[in-house]
Design a protein around this ligand. Structure first.
Ligand code: ACO
Length: 320
């Protein structure tokens, strides 16, 4: 039996404040009908004043530690996948390490946009397999609403804030649960499809800009190919997958993938209607909700896939 890095203690945290499509109708020239039919989004959570990536990360991490039954001292690495840290440096991971008292851990951020959580899984898996670490706290957290141009109706309707986390730990004898495989990709020639400019010299925050239709097409082609690649890599088919938990960018991406590529849509878990696009938090948020509702169970095999700015994309298969 292959030894795998075990994923446990999956949790998430959403900020209290919400912003509905009807609220957005009062800010920009849009409608609930347009947003719902074009994206599947109805509402989203947004951070409050002085609430940053490290704050929401800590909230999620505390639940993860309880669920995984490990103490902060047992963590030897803290990884935070994010593109929206409060500061360019120090990292959000270092802040989290201090705030939760993980005094034996090293810590760093992963900047892989919406693919950050899967990139984090791959990095954590390597640290576990090389026996560098035994217990890794992996967090995906983003506050894209702080980098949103609220006068741009083509982007400001898309994003929400949130955090999700898990422990990736060393395997125990006789346990076949864990990370089956991961695959990461990048195509920097498409770097201008999604950007947040660095405007710090001008003393203002850069805003998210996106060429939506081009990203939409990449979303279908690249995430589909990534899923096919990890299935081939493991001699599996979609029949062996219980659930597909994708990055939640637009409901229509998966409707189209079903129509064009024939992916089993009934296995796709979508929470975009009430989370919107929370970037690196979207997969653990969806996974946590699906586990809490009883839909996804221990022992299930889940396919994860994501695509974001870079562009960078990825897929992973995990037996929970
Ligand atoms: N309300 C009303 N009308 C709007 C709005 C709005 N909020 N936004 C755009 N429109 C209008 C446009 O002006 C345009 O009008 P026109 O035809 O008169 O010129 C029309 O709607 C169509 O605009 P499109 O941009 O073609 O709309 P589209 O159907 O492509 O939807 C969207 C835009 C939702 C951004 C879509 O392209 C998309 O989801 N792209 C993928 C996003 C993605 O996958 N992101 C993942 C990576 S990025 C990340 O996650 C951080």
């Amino acid at each position: 039996m292959k030894k795998r890095s075990v994923v446990c203690g999956i949790s998430s945290f959403l900020p209290e404040n919400t912003l509905t499509n009807f609220d957005l109708e009062k800010i920009v020239d849009t409608s609930d009908e347009w947003i719902t039919t074009r994206t599947g989004i109805k509402t989203r959570h947004v951070v409050g004043d002085s609430q940053y990536v490290h704050d929401i990360s800590v909230k999620s991490a505390q639940t993860t530690l309880e669920r995984a039954q490990i103490t902060p001292e047992m963590i030897d690495c803290v990884l935070v996948a994010t593109t929206t840290s409060e500061k360019r440096c120090p990292s959000s991971a270092a802040r989290v390490q201090d705030m939760i008292g993980a005094k034996n851990a090293f810590a760093f951020d992963i900047q892989a946009a919406c693919s950050g959580f899967i990139y984090g899984l791959a990095i954590a898996d390597s640290f576990i397999k090389s026996e560098t670490c035994k217990n890794i706290l992996l967090i995906g957290a983003d506050t894209l609403t702080l980098f949103t141009d609220w006068t741009d109706r083509s982007t400001c309707i898309l994003f929400g804030d949130g955090a999700g986390s898990c422990i990736v730990r060393a395997p125990t004898e006789g346990d076949d649960r864990g990370i089956v495989t991961t695959k990461l990709y990048s195509d920097g020639s498409k770097h201008d499809l999604i950007t947040i400019e660095n405007s710090e010299k001008n003393c203002f925050r850069g805003y998210m800009t996106m060429r939506g239709q081009a990203v939409f097409k990449c979303g279908i082609e690249n995430m589909y190919q990534a899923m096919v690649d990890v299935l081939e890599q493991t001699n599996m088919t979609f029949d062996d997958i219980d659930w597909i938990v994708p990055h939640q960018a637009n409901k229509r991406i998966f409707d189209s993938m079903h129509k064009i590529k024939g992916i089993p849509i009934e296995k796709v878990i979508l929470t975009i209607d009430h989370h919107a696009n929370t970037s690196s938090a979207s997969i653990p948020l969806a996974l946590d909700e699906a586990i809490n509702s009883g839909k996804v169970r221990q022992g299930d095999t889940v396919m994860l896939t994501a695509l974001g700015a870079g562009i960078v994309w990825s897929a992973a298969i995990v037996k929970l």
